[in-house]
Design a protein around this ligand. Structure first.
Ligand code: SF4
Ligand SMILES: [Zn+2]
Length: 466
């Protein structure tokens, strides 16, 4: 389809409308989500043939929310990719586990196989796809490659320039090398392959196959506030997206993290009154699931997230007083957060790693399982000359630290006061003795990378939650 101006205008309109809904209060959004979920269920093209695609806390909350409003659909997930604590919740809620797509050998793909065969999932899905195109030139993707290098879209893209098709300059410098000859540039070429295929084989294909084989359509826990670049697509398509080829519902599309956590707390309460309605899948007989006895979970929040807690409101004593006065003596509420992971994803995934504070997700695996960490960092792929390498090479290349250790007493880390406070939630933090450690200096914080006043710290042990 050619790019056209009317479409662009219509999309702008949709985005404005969507953004206006995002600013509404929690009660509105909750009611809106329920209405949209039912509209999807009752849509003639869907007619109740739905399921909930489940992963972490967001979609676990969605699944329970659907049940709580009377939408009784099965839940499915590629559970094996998730953290153990998430798998435990899935099992108790009767979530059906799907396997990753099959490799040419007929076995489900493992993450290592996909990385070896196709490349490392790093930066973001969009960036990885673009880099993959640059690294795998064909006749067919020539126009795309030119757009990735320059932002010029050519005839079929309406001859636009400076579009989002262009890979950011920072990463072009690092990954644009394969096109140097064609584009007359002088960029570097990465010594490892990059691709977004991991998500495709491990997550998307199993769900799309499940959709196709069973003629059912997913409810998904997507939220525009968390979607980065895909935010715009979600805003344009809206909560319910129904076309000839795609049918999906994202009732939480306009939710913020706060809305989601508020609903999660409500669903926690709802669950404890209804836990007997959920049975784990115990096996299969003649192609149908056999269910076991219900398991009463202590909480629906997987342990990897910690607990959902409310921080005190960020207000001065005067503001606090004014609030109470204006609200008939009621106390203001601070923001909700989870005490451990804020969001989860697959382990050992490079998407977003360059934006994370240290200790980042790879560091954290090192503390939990040093041998597994070493394997992922150093022993995934082999060079042509037989040398082993892994994520370590990728992180070095994009400038993300990983060799140094927060637990090293000999090499304490310069941290800003804010990062030290955040780390104290997860680690017993200590300061080395000696004058140098006590003096604060300005420099780059090891954790957040900002220029700050710093003090030296190391972690003595991990805080274990009671
Ligand atoms: S999120 Fe990362 S690790 Fe998980 S399937 Fe996608 S690319 Fe692979
Ligand atoms: Zn910091």
């Amino acid at each position: 389809m050619r790019w056209n101006q009317d479409k662009e205008r219509e999309n702008q309109e949709k985005i404005r409308d969507f953004q206006a809904k995002m600013t509404r209060g929690y009660a509105f959004k909750r009611a809106y989500a329920a209405r949209r979920a039912w509209e999807f269920y009752n849509h003639p093209e869907v007619a109740g043939r739905c399921y909930a695609a489940v992963g972490g806390l967001d979609s676990i909350t969605l699944f329970l929310f659907l049940r709580s409003i009377g939408i009784d659909v099965p839940a499915v997930s590629v559970s094996m990719l998730e953290d153990q604590s998430i798998q435990r919740i899935h099992r108790a809620l009767g979530v059906k586990g799907l396997k990753p797509a099959s490799s040419p050998q007929g076995r489900p793909y493992s993450k290592i196989e996909v990385i070896r065969g196709f490349g490392f999932p790093v930066l973001s899905k969009e960036a990885a796809r673009k880099i993959c195109d640059l690294q795998n030139p064909t006749e067919k993707n020539a126009t795309t490659r030119h757009a990735i290098m320059t932002g010029e879209t050519g005839e079929y893209g309406g001859f636009r320039t400076g579009t989002h098709m262009k890979l950011s300059q920072k990463w072009l410098e690092k990954f644009g090398g394969p096109e140097n000859e064609r584009e007359g540039t002088d960029y570097q070429t990465a010594p490892f392959p990059v691709s977004d295929k991991c998500c495709y084989f491990l997550k998307e294909k199993p769900l799309s196959s499940y959709t196709a084989e069973n003629g059912v359509f997913p409810y998904m826990g997507l939220m525009a506030s968390e979607e980065g670049r895909r935010k715009k697509t979600l805003a344009i398509h809206g909560c319910n997206y129904i076309t000839k080829s795609t049918r999906r519902s994202a009732p939480f599309a306009i939710f913020t993290r706060q809305d989601l956590l508020t609903l999660a707390l409500e669903m926690e309460e709802w669950y404890h009154g209804h836990w007997r309605e959920f049975r784990p899948i115990a096996g299969e007989e003649d192609g149908a699931e056999v269910y076991g006895e219900p398991i009463h979970l202590e909480t629906i929040v997987p342990a990897i997230y910690g607990k959902i807690v409310r921080d005190p409101p960020d207000m001065t004593p005067e503001e606090l007083e004014a609030y109470r006065r204006d609200h008939g003596g009621a106390e203001p509420e601070g923001p909700l957060r989870t005490t451990k992971a804020q969001r989860t994803g697959c382990q050992m995934c490079g998407f977003g790693i360059h934006l994370e504070r240290r200790p980042h997700r790879f560091d954290r695996i090192r503390y939990k399982n040093p041998r597994e960490w070493d394997m992922w960092m150093n022993h995934i792929c082999q060079d042509e000359d037989g040398a082993w390498y892994g994520w370590g090479r990728v992180l070095d290349y994009i400038g993300v630290g990983w060799r140094d250790d927060l637990f090293s007493r000999e090499d304490p880390k310069p941290l800003c006061a804010q990062c030290a406070a955040v780390l104290r939630r997860d680690f017993v933090m200590e300061r080395p003795a000696g004058i140098e450690a006590v003096q604060e200096k300005r420099g780059t914080c090891w954790s957040c990378g900002r220029k700050r006043s710093l003090a030296l710290w190391y972690a003595a042990e991990e805080v274990t939650e009671a």
